[in-house]
Design a binder for this molecule. Sequence first.
Ligand SMILES: Cc1cc2nc3c(=O)[nH]c(=O)nc-3n(C[C@H](O)[C@H](O)[C@H](O)COP(=O)(O)OP(=O)(O)OC[C@H]3O[C@@H](n4cnc5c(N)ncnc54)[C@H](O)[C@@H]3O)c2cc1C
Ligand code: SF4
Ligand code: SF4
Length: 1014
Amino acid sequence: MIPRLSRGSEARASAYREFLVELRVRGFEGELSSAEADRTVFATDNSIYQVLPQAIAFPRSEGDVARIAKLARDPRFESVVIAPHGGGTGTNGQSLTDGLVVDLSRHMNRILAVDPVGRSAWVEAGVVKDQLNDAIREHGLFFAPELSPSNRATLGGMIATDASGQGSVLYGKTRDHVLELKCVLLDGSPWHARPLTPDELETVKRRADRIGAVHREIDRIVNENAALIAERYPGLNRCVTGYDLVHVRDEEGRFRLESVICGAEGTLAFVTAAKVRLTPVPRHSALFNIRYASFDAALRDARTLMKLEAASSETLDATVLALARGDPIWPAVAPYFPDDPEGPAQGVNVVEFLAADADALQATIARVEAMLSSDAGSRRGYTIARDPAAIKAVWSMRKKSVGLLGNMAGERRPVPFVEDTVVPPEALADYIGEFRAALDRRCLVYGMFGHVDAGCLHVRPALDMKDPADERMVREITDEIVALTGKYKGVLWGEHGKGLRSEYAPEFFGPLYPRLQEIKAAFDPDNQLNPGKIAAPPGRSLSRLDQVPTRGQFDRRIPLAVRTANADSLHCNGNAACFNYDPDDAMCPSWKATRDRRHSPKGRASLMREWLRQLADLDVDPAARAPTASWRSFPRRAFNSMASHARDFSHEVKEAMDGCLACKSCTGQCPIKVDVPAFRSRFLEAYHGRYLRPWRDHLVARLEGALPLLARVGPISNAFTSSPVGRMALTALGLVKLPSLTPVNLRKALESRGIPEASLPALERLSADELRKSVVVVLDAFTTFYDAPVALAFFELIERLGFTPFVAPYRPNGKPQHVLGFLQAFVRTAEANAGVLRAFRKTGVELVGVDPSMTLTYRSEYVKALGERAPDVLLPQEWLARHVDELPRGEPVAKAPWVLLPHCTERTNAADAVGDWTRVAARLGMQLQIAHSGCCGMAGLYGHQRETREISERIYAQSWAKYAGSAGIRDRTLATGYSCRSQVRIMHGRKLAHPVEVLLERVKSLREQSRSTL
Ligand SMILES: Cc1cc2nc3c(=O)[nH]c(=O)nc-3n(C[C@H](O)[C@H](O)[C@H](O)COP(=O)(O)OP(=O)(O)OC[C@H]3O[C@@H](n4cnc5c(N)ncnc54)[C@H](O)[C@@H]3O)c2cc1C
Ligand code: SF4
Ligand code: SF4
């Protein structure tokens, strides 16, 4: 039995407790939390660091932000420090603090106004870049500054780090697109920063408050230090983030405070809203994908490529390319990166050209091809992508580079700390040669990719930060690379901001650094706003990179065996791909519905890591202590449960796990393969080794076994559950909106159609040819007892294709046990079921399931539990695709296409198989499109639990409602998941068809047609 975890990670300082109380008194309207779980989740970003905050505030408005800023200047709270927080995608600890985190992303994420004619938009700071672009696409406009995590980084964070990325040579950085800012200064004064004419500036400078002071100070510093500023700020595309003094005056001589706030990393003021410039979407584009024999050759070609006047030139090395080959994205991009006779390319440059019309683009392509062929240089060859889908796929591969590298095998994993250096592009190849030598000397593995046109390469050396020797290399390598960038007249912090690497600023800026300190002091005299970063007020120091706690230092306290058994949570590197804002993407419904970071894959992985660490500090391995919640331990567990109000960190972890739908989107989509359902089950098993389970868990875990009995009295059972007494019983169990058992007795229906139950002797009696034309359908409990017509349609379809179907003897699959964390019971169920199915499969007959979620259990949870003993069961569309030639060929039908909403688990864990539905339908002449949809919100039990029903409906409303609920679309909408179809029935009182049902109808009608033709 695991012990109670009551110590807490760290004592909470009383100043912060009082600060939160006082904030409420002053009318703060957002949420405030000092719960250990929230603090743990906000302790990391994508960097190597882990800094535990004291509390988190989630303001709802500028007024809330002003309340925080004003209170911080109260003499009682001078020890309180604050860091603004956006998407949390920083790579260098920018938003980490041991004080108060102010998260502007949860509530302040509205697009306030769009002016398509004036090409601008006002947005709150928490708006995500892709969210803005999706909203303005209809106007043919976009927000141009690019960055890889565009689906989760906020405008506030982009402004604060002056973000940029692919295309920066053409479009510039975020600062170039900020027109005006609404800010809150540390004394709580709101300020609308916009370009000021000289007269307006003089008026503002005369103000006696902090606003007057900061304008006076910056104006003085810029006027007195023009030569020093020109000397110290390098003339590079990526310049230097943080207190940008170069652009304080624009071309019209206007004063722009917003230029200094852009890139200040939240050390000067809060940004609450921004007016940003919108750019017309380029209508025509083409990508040249150029292959080289070495990465060095690709880099050395940069100078020539720059002469081509491309919109952007990006480079990828052989390591990234090799990893991309194993990624689901590869089939879409492979035609553009063919192998040469010498083998695969060792480096590629992807060069994009834009044009206003097709003729102009054709002319550009001709010009570029002429230039490339006049001097082939070291190029092996190139392809051109013009199809928008192909271009999007190639850029997606490039955007995935960090994720691809992060998924390297082994304990040494790529980490960011020298990942965004910039040198003049013409010096890039020589510089990278020396950079590589520094890493090779230390026998480190690394991948490289980046913006060859801007001289910015992303390099993440693979280190095991749990190993103190590797950790020391962070300092050694950073020092060496800082010197190297100096040699090549470049910078360490070219793209991702300074963050906890700011200690190199004094040397870099030399005599200008004291002026930066004066700017900091004018805004924040007592160093309370994100201290230690960019610049410290005079007399205060910057943080040092080896004096900040790292994640590795926490993780190394967990014993190796425990770490190995929990790699599916411990390897989360915080790249934040799971905070994807897109409601029509499967990843991660519980986060999207709650915007609560505890309820995200990263949140749950962080809590699991911390839980394991706290147990390790008590010398406890949960796997060794957890299991058997036996009757003998019942009294102790009952006692623990009665005393469950006592503080225990495990309760906070449990709350986060309870919010998970076990939809497995993280398992399929997290680039690092963080697998929440897997570690959630282990956690639940351990947790309930100490605390009693609700009765509902026991009932649900046994439901698959009990359904055959219940089905015998189906009408009685249905009548009972819909009676007042039944409803009261269900309410007592915390269950709502349960489906009715199907009136169809599937067994009898199959018998009457002569479809036999599979048995080993019967299969062994078949000849090889007969086996080839036979298939065993492995039915799950839910299709069998709640949705029999779908199963019957599938059997009929199989027969009409000329195959002999068998039905596998009914056995529980065990998925509900796995989801609830009855892991020992699950293994027993899986062993029993797998034994029979494997024996069938050994005869050579194919096995096929119907429900995607239940069927995919065989290739995931079964494989983890049983290894090679897991049976090989196909999804229905996989089986149909294998036998597509048996389907009648149909002429294309000129009807509106069918729209398929796949189950999340299928979409994210068997992505290729989803496309099989389209291929199979096309054979029959049917158009079937895969909807860009998120999660239905049902996911097995989740949508039937009283405590999660409301969130389940919120999830449904975010994406599915617009398909399944819209007249016109809904009649041609299909769904593969039993749970999903149940959810639609509950929400709209109507049944969506399963694709096998419409395929069957089409096969029947084609056969009819051919008969009548004959
Ligand atoms: C996989 C990956 C790839 C990346 N690629 C790129 C890239 O291509 N280009 C690039 O530029 N960056 C890149 N980054 C870095 C990061 O995404 C950017 O720095 C981004 O702009 C941070 O935005 P955010 O909303 O996540 O901010 P956060 O990480 O939450 O915060 C970043 C900084 O902004 C401050 N801040 C946030 N909101 C506010 C506000 N409202 N007011 C004042 N200060 C605020 C914070 O205090 C912090 O100092 C990458 C990161 C990852 C993980
Ligand atoms: S769970 Fe996966 S996607 Fe989310 S932050 Fe961790 S590694 Fe990234
Ligand atoms: S299983 Fe689904 S709900 Fe749970 S963490 Fe993963 S993506 Fe989120």
